[in-house]
Design a protein around this ligand. Structure first.
Ligand code: GLU
Length: 473
């Protein structure tokens, strides 16, 4: 639930970093911080809100043209200032505290082997200031640093076990920023002037700053630096394509609504209409993946196993009723975070269906990979983000179009998932010879009617809640 923003520019980037953090506040956090290069490493950290961090920054005049920022959701160590990111390395030695730091780092995720790494680094003389798993990465990169922070990060990553997205810079190379991801999302934004580059865990953080986005893939390490021609260059493996993202700017605007959940409840008709756009008949092709035919897969399966977490799990529970009653296909639903920790009986003819809003849910991705490692290669995802790891890793996909959901209690993403799962039910029923043309036409008509029906329900808000006029309930 935490967030990363990073930037390198020719100008002071602190306002962009903290505004990015403010846009990520909706995800929840317990502390926040920002670090910049300004004649060495400087930082401000807080266990209060981002607005308090902004006050601290204003009073200390923190400025810099290279920097990283973070909202933390503590997993290792209490929510305290000493545990808040960014973390600095201090180099080995008993007087480490007295020496200025060299590596600055923020991290989303969990490093599972942090105890072993900490012990090895302590044996080399590194002194730890926090209880976090994250601080070990900063010291590890420092211990491998030999004048090139990109090479040091690349050497450190194979030693880490766990999930991470990181943003790192080094005071000895002040116009350079490194980003890496494995199991946690990270994107790169190209500034409109081409003179600023950004890293973020979520495109929302860059709304209004950059809509030119590169989605880093699992295992990618990006190197952003000021070249000899004074232009910033972002070097990503295989030079991942730059995509224009339009959707995220408006999502942060509340409009006439009192809070995001209310706004998103009222966006359900549009989310369902967008999700069902272009669906005029039922066919397996609706679920085709890149180079994979759903028609072939649907003919080869005899059961469904749905893997999902949280709200997506509940949409899976609903789909089980449909799949068994309409498509007559045996269906199980499992909490994805539990699945890989128990012995199960794999069936290569099972269709694994993952459901995830972001397509980056670490437990659901791990469950998918576990199923694949057990020989279950028929995989399909119902997912809201076409560019996500989940869509890339599944054979088949149906991408819902709910847009960005900010409210933590899911509404429009949930109903859009249900629309995708109902289509899947109909497509499976059809491939099993259980959907007559008349039934297909009846269901399509009913689904087309859904947005209007939802609107009619929402229009009754005044009667359902004591208030004077919509949308103030
Ligand atoms: N595991 C790290 C910590 O506890 C990062 C948590 C996060 O993803 O915010 O500091």
């Amino acid at each position: 639930m935490c967030g990363i923003v990073g930037a390198v520019s020719n100008q002071n980037i602190v306002p962009i970093l903290v505004q990015g953090l403010a846009r990520l506040e909706y995800r929840g956090y317990d502390s926040c911080g920002v670090a910049v290069y300004a004649n060495g490493l400087q930082r401000a950290r807080s266990t209060a809100r981002v607005s308090e961090l902004m006050d601290q920054i204003a009073s200390t005049h923190l400025e810099g043209s290279t920097g990283i920022a973070h909202t933390r959701w503590a997993t290792h160590g209490a929510p305290a200032v000493c545990n808040a990111h960014p973390h600095f390395s201090h180099g080995p030695g008993a007087d480490a505290y007295n020496r200025p730091g060299r590596i600055a780092l923020v991290h989303n995720g969990i490093i599972e082997n942090h105890d072993d790494l900490r012990a090895a680094l302590q044996a080399k003389g590194y002194v730890f200031q926090s209880q976090t798993d994250t601080e070990v990465i900063a010291h590890l990169v420092d211990s491998l640093y030999d004048g090139d922070v990109f090479e040091a990060v690349k050497a450190a990553l194979p030693l880490l076990r766990g999930a991470y997205a990181i943003a790192v810079f080094c005071k000895d190379e002040p116009h350079r920023l490194i980003g890496a991801r494995a199991g946690s999302p990270l994107i790169l934004g190209v500034g409109p002037d081409g003179q600023s580059h950004y890293l973020a865990s979520d495109a929302m953080a860059l709304a209004g700053v950059s809509d030119q986005i590169v989605y880093l893939e699992e295992g990618d390490v990006a190197d952003i630096q000021l070249g000899k021609d004074k232009a910033f260059k972002a070097l990503t493996p295989e030079q991942r394509p730059v995509k224009t993202v339009h959707a995220h700017s408006g999502a942060a605007e509340l409009g006439p609504y009192r809070h995001y959940m209310q706004k998103e409840i009222f966006e359900q008709p549009r989310a369902i209409a967008d999700t069902l756009q272009g669906v005029n008949s039922i066919s397996p092709e609706l679920f085709d993946g890149e180079g994979s035919s759903a028609a072939r897969v649907f003919k080869d399966i005899d059961s469904v196993l749905i893997l999902a977490c949280g709200t997506s799990y509940y949409s899976g529970c609903t789909a089980k009723y449909w799949l068994e009653s309409i498509a007559k296909i045996p269906t199980q639903v499992e909490v994805a975070s539990e699945y890989r920790y128990r012995d199960s009986v794999p069936n290569p003819r099972t269709l694994i269906v993952t459901i995830t809003q972001s397509g980056e849910t670490a437990d659901t991705l791990a469950a998918l990979r576990h199923a694949q490692s057990l020989g279950m290669t028929h995989t399909l995802t119902i997912c809201n983000v076409a560019t996500s790891a989940m869509v890339r890793e599944c054979e088949l996909a149906y991408v819902t179009r709910a847009g960005v959901e900010i409210g933590v209690a899911s509404t429009k993403a949930f109903t859009a998932q249900l629309a995708g799962l109902f289509l899947l039910t109909l497509a499976l029923a059809q491939s099993r010879g259980l959907l007559s043309e008349a039934d297909e036409a009846r269901h399509i008509t009913a689904m087309r009617h859904l947005p209007t029906a939802l609107q009619a329900v929402l229009a009754q808000g005044n009667q359902l809640h004591p208030c004077r006029s919509l949308p103030r309930w």
